[in-house]
Design a protein around this ligand. Structure first.
Ligand SMILES: NC(=O)c1ccc[n+]([C@@H]2O[C@H](COP(=O)([O-])OP(=O)(O)OC[C@H]3O[C@@H](n4cnc5c(N)ncnc54)[C@H](O)[C@@H]3O)[C@@H](O)[C@H]2O)c1
Length: 599
């Protein structure tokens, strides 16, 4: 970038230090003393051959951000040449537009006017054809400019260690900033203030003393290796949020969440299994982006969704001090998500909430839609609240550590979505189910996207499950049967929720066939698919015995019972589910008995 021009706003406006100093004292940014990152072999061709061009070819502009001395102009020029794109220096454009130097704009009109002009110039540039754009060190500090860059371009942070920056800016006496104080002091302060914000860039490249060509190739490699996560909007009457789906999102969570958090302060709730796997990665990403974080760990498993744990968590939060804009982050499966969401919904009458689901079930189902809650001795999920998250980060890389049984249980919810209302999703499952269960990242991301899109549509139409028929209640396909099986085993982990749903799906289709509502072939297709993936499809697949009277009693108690009648979701065929309360008890008994339940 224009290190030769007097563009760095802190230089022109030393007052900015004063305003931002409190924040800088809160953030501990390690000060790298090494002059050069470890040498990395350059292998751009191989990366592109193996992974495709990634963000190298998106048709978007590439915006370089970083401190003075990071090499935005020199690297930007070479990058543009190698990508066959024009190179533009934002500061030069601003000077051209203003008809005077940036120092003069500051002096004559003040910083606000400069920022306004800068934003307008950057918008004009980014709305045009793709280019490589080098920005002034302060441009990315403005939230609206960052939003603009996010919307139109790919941002690359050239992160440079202090000693290298110091060497590069040495002797640049034309920068008033550097003349005003010792360059080390100035740069240290800038690093503390700006690095947490630069960390919001899409791609970070560590630059050292390597030559321009080497660093440019590193930038291209990083772009080729990076993927923009899929974003699925959930549009509700009073709120709107994104489900962000992709690989390695936990290590980028700080950058992805910083623009959304009301305050850079969060409390992470996780469980003992997930904690050692992902918490440190998450906290590191928060530290990098200047987000203060503390964490609370609960025991894993369904028993955690209880009054006692809820009370402990809320007490811990209140004891540690919390203010209304501090966000609660759920890092874990559906148990953590439901508990943390309920804590967020109720503490101080509602704290902002973010879901980072780490099981397939929670990524495709429980994290979307805003249902939160805990269990009571009278049944599951009987105490709760609707509380929509600010965002859901579904990191499919976290599924690599998930036990296969949990993966299969989550997959049942994807099949369920297809069976309820999207025949094409079920057909996709028939084709790609095996790839999903072998954890193919592309197949996982696509499955999560399709299932979330389906759920988002259902939730948008009936956010609080108020519709008398169909609506959100359709998501209970297979649940009346499934809950009865789970309840009979005391929710003790012998039967996972998704496994119960898997069996419940075949039972719901069997009942539909028995009542003459659904073609037999559709039941055969459902059963064949589940069996082909070795998923539980029948009560007789389980190593436990169930008695008809016990299961019927659980169904009567289920909260889906209304006006004394059993409520079911049945289907006219694959993708054609509907709700009904007009189900003869005898037919339910017969279906259960035929599936392996004893009399
Ligand atoms: N709110 C809703 O709309 C909704 C919808 C469906 C289900 N649910 C609820 O979701 C819960 C079930 O969720 P679940 O199936 O995710 O169970 P879970 O949260 O108990 O997770 C299953 C197990 O996997 C472990 N785990 C989580 N992520 C892991 C990872 N990446 N690697 C290794 N282990 C990991 C957990 O510690 C736990 O032991 C139930 O309580 C159910 O009621 C809620």
């Amino acid at each position: 970038m224009t290190d030769s021009a007097t563009t760095d706003t802190v230089g022109v406006f030393p007052l900015l230090y004063v305003k931002l100093r409190p924040m800088s004292s809160r953030i501990s940014i390690p000060q790298p003393e090494t002059t050069d990152p470890p040498p990395v072999p350059l292998n751009l061709e191989r990366i592109v051959r193996t992974h495709g061009p990634g963000l190298l070819q998106t048709g978007r502009s590439i915006v370089l951000v970083g401190l003075m001395g990071a090499g935005k102009t020199t690297i930007g020029r070479m990058l543009a040449t190698r990508l066959g794109l024009p190179f533009v220096d934002a500061d030069t454009e601003i000077e051209r537009a203003a008809g005077c130097s940036i120092a003069d704009v500051f002096r004559l009109y003040g910083e606000a006017a400069f920022r306004d002009g800068e934003r307008r110039v950057i918008r004009r540039l980014l709305e045009g054809p793709p280019m490589v754009l080098a920005t002034g060190g302060g441009a990315f500090m403005a939230a609206d400019t960052r939003a603009l860059v996010r919307e139109h371009a790919i941002s690359v942070w050239l992160r440079c260690p202090l000693p290298v920056l110091l060497r590069r800016v040495a002797g640049r006496t034309h920068r008033p900033l550097l003349n005003a104080a010792s360059p080390r002091d100035v740069l240290e302060k800038l690093i503390a203030i700006r690095h947490p914000v630069y960390a919001e860039a899409d791609v970070t490249v560590d630059c050292g003393d390597n030559n321009v060509e080497h660093t440019t190739t590193r930038v291209m490699e990083a772009l080729a290796l990076s993927r923009r996560p899929l974003r699925l909007p959930v549009v509700l009457e009073k709120s709107c949020y994104d489900v962000v789906i992709g690989a390695d999102l936990i290590s980028r969570a700080g950058a992805l969440l910083a623009p959304l958090l009301p305050r850079r302060s969060v409390i992470v709730i996780t469980d003992e299994t997930v904690r050692p796997l992902y918490l440190s990665k998450l906290l590191a990403s928060f530290e990098e982006t200047g987000i203060e974080a503390r964490s609370i760990t609960v025991a894993p498993g369904e028993q955690t969704k209880c009054w006692a744990t809820y009370e402990n968590v809320v007490d811990t939060i209140l004891e540690g001090g919390v203010e209304r804009r501090t966000a609660i982050i759920a890092l874990g499966g559906g148990v953590v998500g439901d508990l943390a969401g309920f804590v967020a919904a109720t503490t101080l009458r509602g704290l902002p909430f973010v879901q980072i689901p780490t099981t397939l079930l929670s990524q495709v189902d429980s994290s979307v839609g805003g249902k939160t809650g805990i269990n009571s001795r009278w049944g599951k999920n009987l105490i709760g609240a609707f509380h929509q998250p600010l965002c859901v980060l579904a990191d499919v890389s976290s599924l690599t550590t998930l036990p296969r049984r949990e993966l299969v249980a989550g997959y049942a919810e994807i099949v369920k979505a297809g069976l309820i209302g999207q025949e094409s999703l079920f057909a996709w499952c028939e084709k790609h189910g095996a790839a999903v269960l072998s954890r193919d990242p592309e197949a996982l991301a696509e499955a999560v996207r399709q299932a979330c899109a389906f759920k988002a549509g259902v939730v948008a139409a009936d956010e609080r499950e108020e519709q008398k028929t169909d609506g959100r209640a359709l998501l209970n396909l297979g649940h009346t049967f499934g809950h009865a099986l789970e309840a009979e085993l005391g929710y003790d982990g012998r039967l996972l929720h998704g496994e119960a749903v898997s069996i419940g799906l075949t039972l719901a289709f069997s009942l539909s066939v028995k009542l003459g509502l659904c073609p037999q072939e559709d039941l055969i297709r459902v059963t064949r698919h589940l069996e082909s993936l070795k998923m539980p499809a029948h009560v007789s697949d389980l190593p436990y015995r169930f008695r008809i009277a016990d299961l019927m009693a659980h169904m009567q108690r289920d909260k889906k019972m209304q006006d004394g009648k059993l409520s079911f979701v049945l289907a006219h065929g694959i993708g054609k589910a509907f709700t009904t309360r007009d189900v003869p008890e005898q037919a339910v008994r017969e279906v259960l008995l035929a599936d392996g339940v004893t009399s």
